[in-house]
Design a protein around this ligand. Structure first.
Ligand SMILES: CCCCCCCC(=O)SCCNC(=O)CCNC(=O)[C@H](O)C(C)(C)COP(=O)(O)OP(=O)(O)OC[C@H]1O[C@@H](n2cnc3c(N)ncnc32)[C@H](O)[C@@H]1OP(=O)(O)O
Length: 206
């Protein structure tokens, strides 16, 4: 499992954020544009060649596998490949998740065309993806890892593409298990309710 430490300071983290963040954002826009474009066939073929060339340039030097979850010496996490919050992951919406003083976690975000399931609606698996992340981050206590053991969703009504909110809070802790509840909402209220059991794995117990 790739939890690694990188010997870099905050200015280097800021430099990398400023470098990679805009690249990820333009690729995210490219995904949306690819779904929604109605330009002519020749333009599609030209853009295809340009994107192929850009991809080949990035591939000229790359890591062997996924990004992993990296930490600085100060313990700041860089989950930059994460599918929901990753700074370098263009398929991440991305979510910015804030923690209230009482431990509740919240996020406001927009899901566009790339997250469609039924027409105009968010794919159910994407709802699960977003809720797994926010419930999982809520379950974390200190530097202990916590893995989703069970995630239960109730889709109360369809979730429209567009602006959404998610929130989660710890319901209770029983030994190595943390029970978290949360929801996904649109402007009219809750669309999906979630309950999760997050577990401190045996290999991380003292
Ligand atoms: C930065 C934050 C990011 C958050 C990202 C979102 C979170 C994720 O996506 S995590 C990835 C998805 N999840 C996984 O891949 C987990 C795969 N499963 C595993 O690794 C293991 O089965 C794991 C860790 C869940 C449990 O294994 P292990 O540590 O051996 O547990 P074990 O010692 O047998 O059981 C401990 C307790 O948990 C319970 N338990 C075990 N598995 C489960 C489960 N799947 N669901 C509910 N309870 C469970 C047991 O009954 C036991 O309870 P009790 O203490 O009352 O007897």
């Amino acid at each position: 499992m790739r939890f690694t430490v990188e010997d870099i300071d905050t200015s280097e983290v800021a430099r990398r954020k400023a470098l990679y963040g805009p690249l990820t954002e333009v690729v995210r826009e490219l995904i949306d544009a690819t779904i929604r474009t109605e330009v002519d066939d020749d333009t599609i073929r030209e853009v295809h060649a340009q994107v192929r060339a850009a991809t080949d340039r990035l591939r000229a030097r790359q890591s062997d596998g996924p990004f992993g979850v990296r930490f600085t010496n100060d313990g700041d996490g860089m989950a930059w490949g994460n599918a929901v919050i990753g700074l370098r992951n263009a398929i991440a919406p991305p979510l910015t998740i804030a923690r209230d003083p009482d431990g509740t976690h919240r996020s406001q975000f927009v899901l566009g065309a790339a997250y469609e399931g039924p027409p105009g609606l968010v794919h159910g698996g994407i709802c699960a993806l977003v809720l797994d992340q926010i419930l999982g981050m809520t379950a974390l206590a200190g530097d202990k890892p916590s893995f989703t053991g069970t995630l239960t969703l109730r889709f109360r009504r369809s979730t429209p593409l567009g602006p959404l909110r998610a929130q989660a809070r710890v319901d209770r802790v029983e030994g190595v298990k943390t029970f978290v509840v949360g929801s996904l909402s649109d402007a009219d209220g809750v669309t999906v309710e979630a309950e999760g059991v997050f577990i401190l794995p045996a290999w991380a117990r003292e």
